[in-house]
Design a binder for this molecule. Sequence first.
Ligand SMILES: Cc1cc2nc3c(=O)[nH]c(=O)nc-3n(C[C@H](O)[C@H](O)[C@H](O)COP(=O)(O)O)c2cc1C
Length: 508
Amino acid sequence: MRRFLPLLLVWVLGTGAVLASLARSPWWWTVAVPLLAAACLGGRDLLQRRRPVLRNHPLVGRLRYRPEPAAVRRVPAGAREPSGDGVEVRAVPVGVAHGPDDEYLVSSLRPVEASEEPPSVRVGGPGCTRPYDMALLNVSAMSFGALSARAVLALNRGAELGRFAQDTGEGGLSEHHLRGGGDLVWEIGTGYFGCRDADGGFDAREFADKAALPEVRCVSLKLSQGASPGTGGVLPGVKVSAEIARERKVPAGETVVSPAGHREFATPRELVLFVARLRELAGGKPTGFKLCVGSRQEFLAVCRAMVAEGVAPDFVVVDGSEGGTGAAPAGLAGHLGMRLTEGLITVHNALTGVGLRGGVRIGASGGVATGADIVRRLAQGADYTNAARSMMRALGCVGALRCHTGGCPAGVATQDPLRTRALHVAEGARRVRLHQHETVRDAVRIMAAMGVRDPGGLGPAHLVRRSDTGPARSYAELYEWLAPGELLAGPPRSWEADWKAADPDGFC
Ligand SMILES: Cc1cc2nc3c(=O)[nH]c(=O)nc-3n(C[C@H](O)[C@H](O)[C@H](O)COP(=O)(O)O)c2cc1C
């Protein structure tokens, strides 16, 4: 409650100053009026619903948690309101860059009409019997535990309003994920939370029961995430409330560290067979995996296993090492694994090279916050994108970097009931939906300006990197792009060593 003390003090002093000006001297009004104004402002902070941080920190939040300028933090579109005619127009400040400085998307002299309907991509390869139409931008994996119940519910309601998907994160399928009616991608991590047997292994029956729920549209096996590949997810003890302890079948108040790797498989072959088993247990719903790519050889080993076993995932989500997390071992973030551009191009090429790209959709996550980010990722080989932190910001996150302490000032990444109360679910859902809608609309407009009607029409020639030392070159020229089946027919020299070393019966 300490956070309300400054406001209380202002109220007490203001009342004292008013009494003094009535009882003693009118000069006291010079003190009373500013104090009353501050007291009113603080009262307004407490009552408003749009900025949870101000409900939690009335008055002080204005000084301490000032939103950074959009150009610096690339604040998501959810922070804006749609204008009357649906076209938002704004001035571009001089010297402000809007994307990576060294890249641009290729505009066309034959632009097309932007389509009114937001595009979607069908996820579901040959092994899937219940395909799902995935939106271009979805809520990336963030579990109940890392996020508050209200944040999870607001994201879910936002997903329902905007017809996009929410990934549950590795913490399991909680009732808060199911209350809003939004589509879910159920993530299974190395802790198997939500389908965990007494030994901490995978419980097939519990998994099948929950996967049958109509809200669960896809299943995603988490191999790794960009912020900390090769280490298990961490939920600090301060966030392990009684409810979360029940959900995860762990002791309350103790830090939960998921195992670094999966118990159910130890080789690429076993991995792809496990994916096929999950899909079968899930009644044919699209099933895939999420990873931050470590080495090309290792991903090729997984592709070789797919070919050898004749099974493939329905999707692969590539997370870049620039991705965020609620808590990770200090000193690791950003040092392990490929950044999104490298990872995406590696996965796209490898799947193309083994002739499986047609049936496997690729999702991309890592810093996606604007329409241009989506288009860049599609040009690099993705079919759709996921976002975590920009969705959190749409909910009211101010980037205080206190997710791991349980003291999130905005009530988004905390389990403290007093703090989470500040987050208004309906308002949060509205803003999340608005962010997703506006961001996808921007992406569609950008594509139209590039002369591209359909996301499938984007390719590496549409993205150009500038160079200080030579001419600008498109991604089509900068990278090698394999033809369908090329690795099987005979890999090019540059891929030969990795392809030969890739072993379906052993990770690197
Ligand atoms: C608070 C928070 C919790 C997260 N929890 C998970 C998780 O449970 N499982 C997972 O695969 N990734 C998790 N992530 C990573 C995101 O899903 C995503 O891969 C990464 O943040 C990159 O996206 P971004 O740059 O849009 O944040 C989490 C990220 C954040 C910020």
